[in-house]
Design a protein around this ligand. Structure first.
Ligand code: ADP
Length: 233
């Protein structure tokens, strides 16, 4: 937003200060989330991701999941509560694929008995290493109460979103969440979009179509618009 003071800028979003100390404006950019020396953009991506985040966070609110989302402001911007972000990314897996399959020798596409929760330190210089709860306490990232809240809220989000996507014939394979604190309360921050979730489509023959909703530099434009159409139209 022109003229507004920036609070922070990341790869795919800019957060601006507002005239309310406790609120920020989150702008979704057209930039793709991939690590690369030059920025690649897809037209309308920012608008679509803003719509998807607004829609999914409102849906989570209807299940009493605490989040930073306040309201949609315009095409690319939402208003959020300013959080003290906990620099941890939580990844939840429902189906083994990619690195998880390779690392643990679980065959590709296996539905996991119970969801696997992983934590990564959000530190690009250290290449976001995997950590566990003890690392989080030792590094002073959060305390035990915060960690229990993160796990409780993350697990609930997984249950709510899994059934939501299932009703649309989509399997929630894996997704990433970020949490922060407003005062003492831990809540979900950041976004839920194709940049942060992996969905496979269930075909009529019972097999998964793994490609349609999997984000790559080549099919990004279709992934964003297909998910937008599937959820919002
Ligand atoms: P990156 O992927 O480079 O971290 P993004 O483009 O997603 O960045 O930038 C968003 C930044 O804003 C991230 O650092 C994220 O942790 C932070 N953030 C998300 N929600 C909030 C919030 N409610 N309050 C403060 N910071 C937030």
């Amino acid at each position: 937003m022109k003229g507004q003071e920036k609070f922070t800028e990341g790869k795919t979003k800019i957060l601006y200060k507002t005239d309310q100390e406790e609120q920020l404006l989150m702008e979704f950019l057209d930039t793709l989330p991939f690590e690369s020396s030059k920025k690649v953009s897809v037209k309308e991506k920012g608008k679509i991701n803003s719509d998807l985040t607004a829609y999914l966070f409102e849906y989570l609110h209807s299940y009493n999941v605490p989040t930073h989302y306040l309201k949609k402001v315009d095409a690319k911007n939402i208003l959020v509560k300013k959080l003290n972000m906990i620099p941890i990314q939580m990844i939840i897996w429902n189906i083994a694929t990619g690195v998880l399959s390779k690392k643990l020798g679980i065959s590709e596409g296996t539905s996991l008995e119970t969801p696997v929760i992983e934590f990564y330190l959000k530190d690009a210089k250290l290449k976001n290493p995997m950590i566990n709860d003890y690392h989080a306490y030792a590094l002073g990232l959060c305390d035990r109460n915060d960690m229990s809240a993160i796990i409780r809220i993350g697990t609930k989000i997984n249950a709510v979103l899994r059934s939501f996507f299932q009703r649309k014939n989509l399997s929630l394979v894996q997704f990433t969440l970020e949490f922060g604190k407003s005062g003492n309360q831990v809540m979900l921050g950041d976004e839920i979009t194709p940049d942060t979730i992996l969905l496979w489509m269930l075909q009529e023959d019972g097999k998964f179509d793994k490609k349609t909703f999997t984000l790559t530099a080549e099919n990004a434009k279709q992934v964003y618009s297909r998910l937008h159409e599937t959820l919002l139209k």
